[in-house]
Design a protein around this ligand. Structure first.
Ligand code: SF4
Length: 229
């Protein structure tokens, strides 16, 4: 939530985040553009909405460097925040974690949005802000993220608190995590690490290509070098 404090981590070994695991497993070229070449992505509205809401939860203030949101968007975010404040569990926000994945010196790092004061008797909480109403299918896309949090804190329940731009204002999706999800997640993490270590970076067409910010740099989409006959 808000701006993460990356100084909390031990950087002496190799580290990987959920974002990098998903990126490299989807497409090693996209991973190169984003994480190695650090080519800035186009700011996405969905990302700015989420960051704005997270910052409000964290600091009680709207960030002053917004580029894509208008006054109406900010009014909705503030309204949702006022509603959520009434039910938001008390707890620590933006909790960092770092845990060895059991492969060489690699560790997984990240931040938990909200850890309630009565944890471990309460679930780990991940807060999302969305322009759509969520359904359980959409929530299931996020199981890897939930699994990482559950594994990192040795817990078995994560709750997604989704603040919708439209009604309903708040949806809650509890995600119980079992050993089978943890095994799969760790397999995916090791697969991602092996891909990174292999040094091979190539375009890998996937279902997210349509949303990829690097299409103009990607040989599969960049048609500048097509021969004109
Ligand atoms: S458009 Fe698809 S194949 Fe090309 S870099 Fe992006 S994700 Fe990879």
């Amino acid at each position: 939530m808000g701006k993460p404090d990356w100084s909390k981590f031990d950087w002496t070994g190799h580290t990987i985040s959920n974002y990098k695991v998903e990126n490299v497993n989807n497409c090693s070229l996209k991973f190169k553009f984003a994480s190695e070449d650090k080519i800035p992505m186009q700011p996405a509205r969905a990302l700015e909405l989420g960051t704005c809401f997270d910052t409000l939860c964290e600091t009680g203030k709207i960030p002053d460097d917004l580029k894509l949101l208008n006054k109406h968007d900010i009014a909705v975010i503030q309204e949702r925040y006022q509603e959520y404040k009434k039910v938001m569990p008390a707890g620590k926000k933006q909790v960092p974690f770092q845990k060895s994945v059991g492969y060489k010196d690699w560790s997984l790092i990240g931040f938990i949005d909200l850890l309630p004061d009565d944890f471990p008797n309460a679930p780990i909480i991940e807060i999302k802000f969305s322009e759509e109403k969520w359904n359980s299918r959409k929530a299931s896309y996020k199981v890897m993220q939930a699994t990482i949090y559950a594994w990192a804190l040795d817990h078995d329940l994560v709750e997604f608190h989704v603040m919708n731009f439209k009604e309903p204002g708040l949806q809650i999706f509890p995600v119980p995590i079992h050993e089978i999800e943890i095994d799969k997640m760790l397999d995916d993490v090791v697969k991602a690490i092996e891909k990174i270590e292999s040094g091979i970076r190539k375009p890998e067409e996937n279902k997210l290509c349509g949303w990829c910010n690097y299409q103009s740099l990607c040989p599969l989409f960049n048609t500048n070098d097509l021969e004109v006959k």
